[in-house]
Design a protein around this ligand. Structure first.
Ligand SMILES: *Cc1c(COP(=O)(O)O)cnc(C)c1O
Length: 374
């Protein structure tokens, strides 16, 4: 079986480094918010080209903390995308915001034209939207110049969901550097995945970073002095050490390997619609999403399973259609035809960095063979 994520091969590679980091933290006798987290935060911020990284418990919390630190108040409306991991919207709701959905573009990311029109219309109607949470989906950086233009034109507080896009750069800047803050996740399947849950908030704003450090730690400013209601959302020392010693140093090569596999897929796949070309470095290929005829998707997935290729679907349901949203305030501006197409047509092929060339060829053969069998 060609697996979607190969944690065994990852461990075979990183295990010795990770065990050394684990032993160091164990022997230190200090397990929460200490030197390891500080050192990892410094390296992550440097990697990202931003002033601060604040380690938190997961990506969901990173988005929530980012929104709260950017000033979101209960009832504030937040423009966001209907096509993402549910966590994007869940974070908005947990922060007290009201999600407002507009359609996505052909790559599955928030459609900036649709967003611009919706923001202009809401402002003209006297109900301006102040917050924006887009997602650099599948690892592809959105158009950062246009995103910055939108933020300036509509005076938005922007928190970027970078859970899938760590290391993506476009127009000479990192995805995540346009807004007040960027959220990332170290969930094991992510490009920089830990041996468990973790996340971080990146920002150039000194005050916002301070606020985020307080919010992740019960809202304390000094020990036993609670000035706001925070959460317990701390990155563990052991995860910070493992990330810094064994994962972050490999991220560059992993991303390069993902890009190599993506190039191969893009040039060899015949029977499916492949992602559009991306400027070099602007796509870190968290997922390789192809499109098939929705009526044939089940058959295609079955065919790949029979060929021992493990695939995924990202994402089969639109967020506003999820049962959990019933009874909560949210808005959908306009129809969502692109998001509905992405939900019904998408298939994600394996693209983890430990795939061998032979396995990549087998995935291509399996996909191309399906066309003949229809
Ligand atoms: C994974 C993910 C999250 C949530 O991250 P967790 O660490 O699992 O909480 C949020 N947004 C997107 C786009 C994701 O892919």
């Amino acid at each position: 079986m060609i697996v979607f994520n190969d944690f065994q091969r990852t461990w075979a590679d990183v295990g010795a480094d990770a065990q050394a980091a684990f032993a160091r933290v164990g022997a230190s006798g200090w397990y929460v918010l200490g030197r390891e987290v500080e050192a990892f935060e410094a390296e992550l911020a440097e990697f990202w080209g931003m002033r601060h990284a604040v380690g938190v418990a997961n990506g969901l919390d990173a988005i929530e903390i980012g929104l709260r630190a950017a000033g979101l108040q209960a009832g504030d409306r937040v423009l966001t995308t209907p096509m993402s991991a549910f966590a994007t919207t869940l974070a908005v709701l947990r922060a007290g915001g009201v999600p407002v959905f507009v359609d996505v573009d052909s790559d599955g990311a928030l459609d900036l034209d649709a967003a611009d029109a919706a923001l202009a219309a809401e402002r003209a109607a006297g109900r301006p939207i102040r917050f924006l949470v887009p997602v650099h989906l599948y690892g592809r950086s959105m158009d950062l110049e246009r995103l910055a233009g939108l933020v300036a034109r509509h005076e938005l507080e922007l928190v970027e969901d970078c859970a899938q896009s760590i290391g993506a750069w476009r127009d000479g800047r990192a995805a995540g550097s346009v807004g007040r803050a960027a959220a990332c996740s170290f969930y094991p399947t992510k490009n920089l995945g830990a041996l468990g849950d973790g996340g971080a908030l990146l920002t150039d704003d000194d005050d916002l970073a301070e606020l985020a450090r307080s919010l992740r730690n019960y809202g304390q400013e000094r020990r036993f002095e609670h000035v706001r209601l925070g959460m317990n959302s701390r990155l563990d020392e052991v995860h910070a050490a493992v990330l810094r010693d064994s994962f972050l140093p490999r991220l560059h090569d992993w991303t390069a390997r993902r890009a190599e596999i993506a190039d191969h897929y893009r040039s060899e796949l015949r029977s499916v619609r492949v992602p559009s070309a991306a400027e070099p470095g602007s796509h870190v290929w968290h997922l390789f999403r192809v499109e098939v005829d929705p009526a044939e998707r089940e058959g295609f997935l079955e065919h790949l399973r029979a060929q021992e290729v493990q695939c995924g679907v990202h994402y089969p349901h639109l967020i506003p259609d999820q049962t959990a949203l019933a009874g909560h305030d949210f808005e959908v501006l306009g129809p969502l035809p692109n998001a509905r197409r992405v939900a019904t047509a998408s298939v994600s092929l394996p693209i983890h960095p430990y795939l061998t060339d032979d396995e990549v060829s087998r995935v291509v053969e399996a996909c191309n063979a399906w066309n003949g069998e229809r």
